[in-house]
Design a protein around this ligand. Structure first.
Ligand code: ASP
Length: 300
Protein backbone atom coordinates (compact mmCIF):
# COMPACT_ATOMS: atom_id res chain seq x y z
CA UNK A 1 0.00 0.00 0.00
CA UNK A 2 1.27 3.46 -0.89
CA UNK A 3 1.44 6.32 1.54
CA UNK A 4 -1.92 7.91 2.28
CA UNK A 5 -2.30 11.10 0.26
CA UNK A 6 -1.19 14.11 2.21
CA UNK A 7 -1.56 17.71 1.22
CA UNK A 8 0.69 20.48 2.51
CA UNK A 9 0.27 24.10 3.45
CA UNK A 10 0.56 26.70 2.16
CA UNK A 11 -1.07 25.90 -1.14
CA UNK A 12 -2.60 27.80 -4.04
CA UNK A 13 -4.64 26.41 -6.90
CA UNK A 14 -5.98 28.25 -9.95
CA UNK A 15 -7.88 27.47 -13.14
CA UNK A 16 -5.97 27.11 -16.45
CA UNK A 17 -2.34 26.33 -17.25
CA UNK A 18 -1.27 29.82 -18.35
CA UNK A 19 -1.98 31.03 -14.82
CA UNK A 20 1.35 29.68 -13.49
CA UNK A 21 2.43 33.33 -13.22
CA UNK A 22 -0.64 34.21 -11.20
CA UNK A 23 0.05 31.27 -8.92
CA UNK A 24 3.65 32.43 -8.50
CA UNK A 25 2.46 35.89 -7.43
CA UNK A 26 0.18 34.29 -4.83
CA UNK A 27 2.96 31.96 -3.68
CA UNK A 28 5.25 34.95 -3.18
CA UNK A 29 2.84 36.12 -0.47
CA UNK A 30 2.14 32.66 0.99
CA UNK A 31 5.76 31.50 1.16
CA UNK A 32 6.64 34.47 3.37
CA UNK A 33 3.92 33.52 5.84
CA UNK A 34 1.52 36.08 4.31
CA UNK A 35 -2.26 36.26 4.33
CA UNK A 36 -4.30 34.04 1.98
CA UNK A 37 -6.58 36.94 1.03
CA UNK A 38 -3.58 39.07 -0.04
CA UNK A 39 -2.26 36.08 -1.96
CA UNK A 40 -5.38 35.50 -4.06
CA UNK A 41 -5.78 39.20 -4.77
CA UNK A 42 -2.14 39.53 -5.87
CA UNK A 43 -2.46 36.33 -7.90
CA UNK A 44 -5.48 37.18 -10.00
CA UNK A 45 -4.30 40.75 -10.60
CA UNK A 46 -1.67 39.23 -12.94
CA UNK A 47 -4.10 38.12 -15.71
CA UNK A 48 -6.30 41.17 -15.02
CA UNK A 49 -3.44 43.42 -16.16
CA UNK A 50 -2.30 41.16 -19.02
CA UNK A 51 -3.47 42.50 -22.40
CA UNK A 52 -2.83 39.10 -23.98
CA UNK A 53 -5.34 37.36 -21.72
CA UNK A 54 -8.54 37.92 -23.67
CA UNK A 55 -10.95 36.65 -21.03
CA UNK A 56 -9.88 38.58 -17.93
CA UNK A 57 -9.57 42.33 -17.21
CA UNK A 58 -7.55 44.51 -19.60
CA UNK A 59 -7.63 42.99 -23.09
CA UNK A 60 -10.76 40.97 -22.35
CA UNK A 61 -13.10 40.42 -25.30
CA UNK A 62 -16.05 42.84 -25.23
CA UNK A 63 -19.77 42.17 -25.29
CA UNK A 64 -21.58 42.26 -28.63
CA UNK A 65 -21.87 46.06 -28.42
CA UNK A 66 -18.13 46.51 -27.94
CA UNK A 67 -18.09 47.11 -24.16
CA UNK A 68 -15.59 45.32 -21.91
CA UNK A 69 -17.63 44.48 -18.81
CA UNK A 70 -15.95 42.76 -15.89
CA UNK A 71 -17.11 40.45 -13.08
CA UNK A 72 -15.14 39.47 -9.97
CA UNK A 73 -15.60 38.17 -6.46
CA UNK A 74 -13.48 37.49 -3.40
CA UNK A 75 -14.05 35.67 -0.11
CA UNK A 76 -12.03 35.45 3.10
CA UNK A 77 -11.53 32.95 5.91
CA UNK A 78 -14.23 34.57 8.02
CA UNK A 79 -16.84 33.92 5.35
CA UNK A 80 -16.98 37.58 4.34
CA UNK A 81 -17.40 38.26 0.65
CA UNK A 82 -17.28 41.07 -1.91
CA UNK A 83 -18.24 41.18 -5.54
CA UNK A 84 -18.54 43.49 -8.51
CA UNK A 85 -20.35 42.83 -11.71
CA UNK A 86 -20.93 44.55 -15.05
CA UNK A 87 -18.09 46.88 -14.09
CA UNK A 88 -16.49 48.87 -16.90
CA UNK A 89 -13.22 50.83 -17.28
CA UNK A 90 -11.44 49.46 -14.19
CA UNK A 91 -8.46 47.20 -14.71
CA UNK A 92 -8.57 45.44 -11.35
CA UNK A 93 -12.14 44.47 -10.49
CA UNK A 94 -10.84 42.01 -7.87
CA UNK A 95 -9.43 44.87 -5.80
CA UNK A 96 -12.72 46.74 -6.07
CA UNK A 97 -14.52 43.56 -4.92
CA UNK A 98 -12.20 43.37 -1.91
CA UNK A 99 -13.06 46.95 -0.97
CA UNK A 100 -16.78 46.23 -1.34
CA UNK A 101 -16.21 43.49 1.24
CA UNK A 102 -14.05 45.58 3.55
CA UNK A 103 -15.54 49.06 3.30
CA UNK A 104 -19.24 48.67 2.62
CA UNK A 105 -22.11 46.90 4.38
CA UNK A 106 -22.84 45.09 1.10
CA UNK A 107 -21.62 42.02 -0.76
CA UNK A 108 -22.21 43.07 -4.35
CA UNK A 109 -22.12 46.28 -6.40
CA UNK A 110 -22.94 46.33 -10.10
CA UNK A 111 -22.61 48.56 -13.16
CA UNK A 112 -22.51 52.31 -12.68
CA UNK A 113 -22.76 51.96 -8.90
CA UNK A 114 -19.70 49.72 -8.84
CA UNK A 115 -17.84 52.15 -11.10
CA UNK A 116 -18.79 55.12 -8.92
CA UNK A 117 -17.55 53.26 -5.83
CA UNK A 118 -14.29 52.31 -7.57
CA UNK A 119 -13.61 55.92 -8.61
CA UNK A 120 -14.37 57.13 -5.09
CA UNK A 121 -11.81 54.61 -3.83
CA UNK A 122 -9.16 56.08 -6.12
CA UNK A 123 -9.20 53.60 -9.01
CA UNK A 124 -8.39 55.06 -12.44
CA UNK A 125 -10.85 55.01 -15.33
CA UNK A 126 -9.17 53.33 -18.30
CA UNK A 127 -9.93 52.06 -21.77
CA UNK A 128 -9.77 48.26 -21.44
CA UNK A 129 -10.53 47.44 -25.08
CA UNK A 130 -7.23 46.58 -26.76
CA UNK A 131 -6.73 46.68 -30.53
CA UNK A 132 -6.59 42.89 -30.60
CA UNK A 133 -9.90 42.52 -28.76
CA UNK A 134 -11.51 45.22 -30.92
CA UNK A 135 -10.39 43.42 -34.06
CA UNK A 136 -11.77 40.09 -32.80
CA UNK A 137 -15.09 41.81 -32.05
CA UNK A 138 -15.20 43.39 -35.52
CA UNK A 139 -14.57 39.98 -37.07
CA UNK A 140 -17.25 38.43 -34.88
CA UNK A 141 -19.76 41.08 -35.99
CA UNK A 142 -19.58 39.85 -39.58
CA UNK A 143 -21.55 36.74 -38.66
CA UNK A 144 -22.74 37.81 -35.20
CA UNK A 145 -23.24 34.24 -34.07
CA UNK A 146 -23.25 33.68 -30.36
CA UNK A 147 -21.65 30.34 -29.79
CA UNK A 148 -19.38 29.85 -26.80
CA UNK A 149 -16.18 28.11 -27.83
CA UNK A 150 -14.97 25.25 -25.67
CA UNK A 151 -11.61 25.89 -23.93
CA UNK A 152 -10.98 29.20 -25.75
CA UNK A 153 -7.18 28.97 -25.95
CA UNK A 154 -7.19 27.53 -22.44
CA UNK A 155 -6.92 30.78 -20.58
CA UNK A 156 -10.46 31.64 -19.59
CA UNK A 157 -11.60 33.05 -16.27
CA UNK A 158 -9.21 32.76 -13.38
CA UNK A 159 -10.60 31.23 -10.20
CA UNK A 160 -8.09 30.81 -7.38
CA UNK A 161 -8.12 29.36 -3.86
CA UNK A 162 -5.26 29.69 -1.38
CA UNK A 163 -4.58 28.40 2.11
CA UNK A 164 -1.86 30.15 4.09
CA UNK A 165 0.46 28.79 6.79
CA UNK A 166 -2.10 29.73 9.44
CA UNK A 167 -4.75 27.61 7.66
CA UNK A 168 -6.71 30.66 6.51
CA UNK A 169 -8.57 29.98 3.27
CA UNK A 170 -9.42 32.65 0.68
CA UNK A 171 -10.71 32.61 -2.87
CA UNK A 172 -10.94 34.98 -5.83
CA UNK A 173 -12.46 34.83 -9.27
CA UNK A 174 -12.26 37.39 -12.09
CA UNK A 175 -13.33 37.49 -15.73
CA UNK A 176 -14.51 39.55 -18.66
CA UNK A 177 -17.15 36.86 -19.04
CA UNK A 178 -18.27 35.09 -22.16
CA UNK A 179 -16.91 36.79 -25.29
CA UNK A 180 -19.56 38.71 -27.28
CA UNK A 181 -22.24 38.11 -24.66
CA UNK A 182 -25.41 40.21 -24.62
CA UNK A 183 -24.96 43.63 -23.08
CA UNK A 184 -25.74 43.30 -19.37
CA UNK A 185 -25.09 39.54 -19.20
CA UNK A 186 -23.55 38.35 -15.95
CA UNK A 187 -22.16 34.84 -15.55
CA UNK A 188 -21.17 32.69 -12.60
CA UNK A 189 -17.86 34.34 -11.81
CA UNK A 190 -19.02 37.19 -9.51
CA UNK A 191 -21.69 35.10 -7.80
CA UNK A 192 -20.62 33.78 -4.41
CA UNK A 193 -21.28 30.03 -4.40
CA UNK A 194 -21.40 29.78 -8.20
CA UNK A 195 -18.03 30.98 -9.56
CA UNK A 196 -16.21 30.60 -6.25
CA UNK A 197 -16.84 29.63 -2.65
CA UNK A 198 -14.70 29.03 0.42
CA UNK A 199 -15.52 27.86 3.91
CA UNK A 200 -12.68 27.87 6.38
CA UNK A 201 -13.92 24.72 8.08
CA UNK A 202 -13.81 22.80 4.81
CA UNK A 203 -11.92 24.21 1.81
CA UNK A 204 -12.65 26.13 -1.36
CA UNK A 205 -13.66 25.75 -4.99
CA UNK A 206 -13.87 27.77 -8.20
CA UNK A 207 -15.22 27.26 -11.68
CA UNK A 208 -14.65 28.26 -15.27
CA UNK A 209 -16.53 27.70 -18.50
CA UNK A 210 -20.10 28.31 -19.54
CA UNK A 211 -21.30 30.33 -16.57
CA UNK A 212 -25.00 29.73 -17.16
CA UNK A 213 -24.60 26.05 -16.24
CA UNK A 214 -22.72 26.88 -13.06
CA UNK A 215 -25.25 29.54 -12.09
CA UNK A 216 -28.10 27.05 -12.40
CA UNK A 217 -26.37 24.52 -10.17
CA UNK A 218 -24.46 26.77 -7.74
CA UNK A 219 -21.46 24.63 -8.58
CA UNK A 220 -18.72 25.91 -6.27
CA UNK A 221 -21.01 25.78 -3.27
CA UNK A 222 -21.92 22.22 -4.18
CA UNK A 223 -18.24 21.24 -4.34
CA UNK A 224 -17.56 22.70 -0.90
CA UNK A 225 -20.65 21.03 0.57
CA UNK A 226 -19.53 17.67 -0.86
CA UNK A 227 -16.16 18.13 0.84
CA UNK A 228 -17.97 19.06 4.05
CA UNK A 229 -19.69 15.68 3.86
CA UNK A 230 -16.28 14.06 3.70
CA UNK A 231 -15.61 13.79 -0.03
CA UNK A 232 -12.05 14.12 -1.29
CA UNK A 233 -11.74 17.32 -3.43
CA UNK A 234 -11.37 15.20 -6.57
CA UNK A 235 -14.62 13.34 -5.85
CA UNK A 236 -16.34 16.63 -4.97
CA UNK A 237 -15.50 18.30 -8.30
CA UNK A 238 -16.58 15.17 -10.17
CA UNK A 239 -19.95 15.28 -8.41
CA UNK A 240 -20.50 18.91 -9.48
CA UNK A 241 -19.61 18.19 -13.11
CA UNK A 242 -21.77 15.06 -13.22
CA UNK A 243 -24.70 16.99 -11.76
CA UNK A 244 -24.46 19.47 -14.64
CA UNK A 245 -24.25 16.69 -17.22
CA UNK A 246 -27.22 14.88 -15.71
CA UNK A 247 -29.38 17.98 -15.76
CA UNK A 248 -28.30 19.42 -19.13
CA UNK A 249 -26.99 16.51 -21.21
CA UNK A 250 -27.72 18.07 -24.60
CA UNK A 251 -26.10 21.41 -23.79
CA UNK A 252 -23.07 19.66 -22.36
CA UNK A 253 -22.19 18.15 -25.72
CA UNK A 254 -21.03 21.59 -26.84
CA UNK A 255 -20.09 23.26 -23.60
CA UNK A 256 -17.24 23.25 -21.17
CA UNK A 257 -17.32 23.72 -17.40
CA UNK A 258 -14.36 22.99 -15.16
CA UNK A 259 -13.99 23.04 -11.38
CA UNK A 260 -10.98 23.17 -9.09
CA UNK A 261 -11.01 22.49 -5.35
CA UNK A 262 -8.72 22.27 -2.38
CA UNK A 263 -9.62 21.07 1.10
CA UNK A 264 -8.41 22.23 4.47
CA UNK A 265 -5.74 19.51 4.51
CA UNK A 266 -4.31 20.84 1.25
CA UNK A 267 -5.57 17.98 -0.92
CA UNK A 268 -6.78 19.08 -4.36
CA UNK A 269 -8.90 18.13 -7.35
CA UNK A 270 -9.88 19.27 -10.83
CA UNK A 271 -12.49 17.99 -13.28
CA UNK A 272 -14.39 19.15 -16.37
CA UNK A 273 -17.18 18.22 -18.75
CA UNK A 274 -14.83 17.98 -21.72
CA UNK A 275 -11.20 17.29 -22.42
CA UNK A 276 -8.93 20.32 -22.44
CA UNK A 277 -9.31 21.82 -18.99
CA UNK A 278 -6.16 22.22 -16.96
CA UNK A 279 -5.22 23.96 -13.73
CA UNK A 280 -2.18 25.03 -11.76
CA UNK A 281 -1.13 24.07 -8.26
CA UNK A 282 1.70 25.58 -6.21
CA UNK A 283 2.53 23.36 -3.24
CA UNK A 284 5.73 22.22 -1.48
CA UNK A 285 7.63 24.90 -3.47
CA UNK A 286 6.57 23.48 -6.85
CA UNK A 287 4.33 25.26 -9.38
CA UNK A 288 2.79 22.66 -11.68
CA UNK A 289 0.17 22.29 -14.40
CA UNK A 290 -2.34 19.42 -14.03
CA UNK A 291 -4.52 18.13 -16.84
CA UNK A 292 -7.98 17.67 -15.37
CA UNK A 293 -10.02 14.54 -15.80
CA UNK A 294 -13.24 14.86 -17.80
CA UNK A 295 -16.52 13.10 -18.29
CA UNK A 296 -17.62 13.56 -21.90
CA UNK A 297 -15.70 12.52 -24.97
CA UNK A 298 -16.54 15.08 -27.69
CA UNK A 299 -18.50 13.61 -30.58
CA UNK A 300 -19.73 10.56 -28.64
N1 ASP B 1 -17.37 31.43 -16.40
C1 ASP B 1 -17.19 32.63 -17.16
C2 ASP B 1 -18.54 33.22 -17.49
O1 ASP B 1 -19.43 32.47 -17.84
C3 ASP B 1 -16.44 32.49 -18.43
C4 ASP B 1 -15.27 31.59 -18.48
O2 ASP B 1 -14.90 30.92 -17.54
O3 ASP B 1 -14.67 31.55 -19.55
O4 ASP B 1 -18.66 34.42 -17.45
Amino acid sequence: MGEPERGALPVVIATWGPNLKANAAAWEVLSKGGYALDAVEAGVRIPEADPLDTSVGYGGFPDRDGNVTLDACIMDEKGMAGSVSFLQHIMHPISVARLVMEKTPHVMLVGDGALKFALEQGFKKENLLTDVAKKAWEEWKVESKYKPIINVERHDTIGMVAIDTQSRIAGACTTSGAAFKMNGRVGDSPIIGAGMFVDNEVGGAASTGLGEMVLRTLGSFLVVEEMRRGAHPQKAVETAVKRIIRKYPKQCEEAQVGFIAVDKKGRHGGYAIQKGFNYVLYQRGKNEVFEAGYKLIPGK
